[in-house]
Design a binder for this molecule. Structure first.
Ligand code: ACO
Length: 346
C-alpha cells in the first residue's frame, strides 16, 4: 500500500482530496547565512540600546549581514545548492523554482528567475511569492499542489531575505530584530513517506498597517521626498504584532494538528518562526508542548523572515534532532498579516 493510503496512527488529510498514492516530501534541505556577524554590542554603537534589552525582550544575540555585493538571489542560490546536493538532484531535474521573499533583488524580474540563471536550472519555471515571514509555508503548500497533482516531479522552494537592505538602522524599535539568510528545500514524491501532511494558511489584510514598508510600490514610488521621509524602510507596531503572532500561530498549529488527528505529544520537533523568544515560548506553552520540543536558533540569526523556518529546519536536520519518520510541526507568522502551520512526516 502506498503511504498516502496506509494508516500510521495519524490521518492524511490529502486522502480527502483524492491525492492517493502520491506524496510531497522534502528530499533535501540546505541553508546559507552570510559571513558577517552583527552582535548586540555592535548595535549599541548604532542606536540607543543595550545587549541586556535586546536579549531579555527578544532572545536575539547576533544576526548575519550580507555583503554590499551579495543579494537575496545569491543567498538563495547558496542554500539551494546545498539542498540539491543533499537530495541528490542536479539543476536539469528541477521543474519549478519558487522563492519566498520580501526583499527581492529587484521588483522585477523575480528573484526566482535570477536563481534559475545562477543554478543553470533552465528547464524550470520560476516565480516569487510574497507572504512575508509566512512565505516558506505558503511556498511549500503551493509546491505541494504541483507535485501531488503529478504536474511536476521536482520543485525547489527557497525562503531568502536581505532584510538589512530595508531595515532603518536609525530605528531601535526594529533594527535590532532582523538578519539576512536563506533556506531551501527540494520537494519530490517519496513513496516511503507521507511528507507534507497538511498546511494551514491564513491572512488578515485589515491589519496590514501593523507591519509594512510604505515606499517603493505603486502607492508611493521612489522620489527624493520618499527617501527623505525614510519611507523605504520597514515599519512595525511591535506590541500589536506580538499579540497577533501568538494568537494566530497557536490557532494555525492547533488546526494543522486537528486535521491530522495528532496530539502535540506526537510531534518530535516544533519549528516556529524565529521572531522573538517570548513569542515562541508563549505559543509552545499554549500548545501544551514541552520546552525540548521547540527548536530555537534566533539567538544566532534574529528574524530572517521567509528564510527563518527554512534555516531552522536545516539546522534541526543537520544536528540530528530530526530523523526520517519523525513528525514535525512548522508554524509561522508575518506581515499581511499572514500565518501558517504545516505538519510534515520527515
Ligand atoms: N533598545 C532599548 N529600548 C527599546 C528598543 C531597543 N532596541 N526598542 C524599543 N525600546 C523601548 C521602547 O521605546 C519602549 O520604551 P517606552 O516604554 O519608553 O516607550 C520600551 O522599550 C518597551 O517597548 P515595547 O514595545 O513595550 O517592547 P516589547 O516588549 O513589545 O518588545 C518587540 C518589542 C521586541 C519589538 C516585540 O514587540 C516583538 O517582538 N514584536 C513582534 C515582532 C514579530 O513577531 N514580527 C513578526 C513578523 S516580522 C515580518 O513579517 C517581517
Amino acid at each position: 500500500m502506498s503511504p498516502a493510503t496506509t494508516n500510521k496512527k495519524f490521518k492524511n488529510p490529502r486522502a480527502a482530496h483524492n491525492f492517493q498514492g502520491r506524496t510531497c516530501s522534502i528530499s533535501g534541505v540546505g541553508s546559507y547565512v552570510p559571513e558577517k556577524i552583527l552582535t548586540n554590542a555592535d548595535l549599541e554603537k548604532l542606536v540607543e540600546t543595550s545587549d541586556e534589552w535586546i536579549t531579555s525582550r527578544t532572545g536575539i544575540q547576533q544576526r548575519r549581514i550580507a555583503a554590499d555585493d551579495q543579494f537575496t538571489s545569491d543567498l538563495a542560490t547558496q542554500a539551494a545548492i546545498k539542498a540539491m546536493s543533499r537530495a541528490g538532484v542536479v539543476a536539469e531535474q528541477i521543474d519549478l523554482i519558487i522563492v519566498a521573499t520580501i526583499t527581492p533583488d529587484m521588483p522585477f524580474p523575480s528573484t526566482a528567475c535570477l536563481v534559475q540563471q545562477k543554478l543553470g536550472a533552465f528547464r524550470a519555471a520560476a516565480f516569487d511569492i510574497e507572504a512575508a515571514c509566512s512565505g516558506f509555508i505558503y511556498a511549500l503548500e503551493i509546491a505541494q499542489q504541483f507535485i501531488v497533482s503529478r504536474t511536476y516531479d521536482t520543485v525547489l522552494v527557497v525562503g531568502a531575505e536581505k532584510l538589512s537592505s530595508i531595515v532603518d538602522w536609525k530605528d531601535r524599535n526594529t533594527c535590532v530584530l532582523f538578519g539576512d539568510g536563506a533556506g531551501a528545500a527540494i520537494l519530490q514524491n517519496r513513496p516511503d513517506s507521507h511528507g507534507l501532511l497538511t498546511a494551514v494558511m491564513g491572512a488578515d489584510g485589515t491589519k496590514a498597517d501593523l507591519l509594512f514598508m510604505p515606499g517603493g510600490g505603486s502607492r508611493c514610488p521612489a522620489s527624493a521626498a520618499s527617501v527623505t521621509s525614510r519611507l523605504h524602510y520597514l515599519r512595525m507596531e511591535g506590541k500589536e504584532t506580538f499579540k497577533n503572532a501568538v494568537q494566530a500561530m497557536q490557532t494555525a498549529a492547533t488546526e494543522a494538528l486537528r486535521r491530522c488527528e495528532l496530539d502535540i505529544s506526537r510531534i518530535k520537533l516544533i519549528i516556529p518562526h524565529q521572531a522573538n523568544r517570548r513569542i515562541i515560548d508563549a505559543v509552545g506553552e499554549r500548545l501544551g508542548a514541552k520546552p525540548e520540543q521547540l527548536f530555537v536558533n534566533l539567538h544566532n540569526y534574529g528574524n530572517t523572515s521567509a528564510a527563518s523556518v527554512a534555516i531552522a529546519l536545516d539546522e534541526a536536520v543537520e544536528s540530528g534532532k530530526v530523523q526520517r519518520g519523525d513528525l514535525l510541526l512548522l508554524v509561522v507568522f508575518g506581515a499581511g498579516l499572514t500565518w501558517g502551520a504545516a505538519v510534515i512526516e520527515w
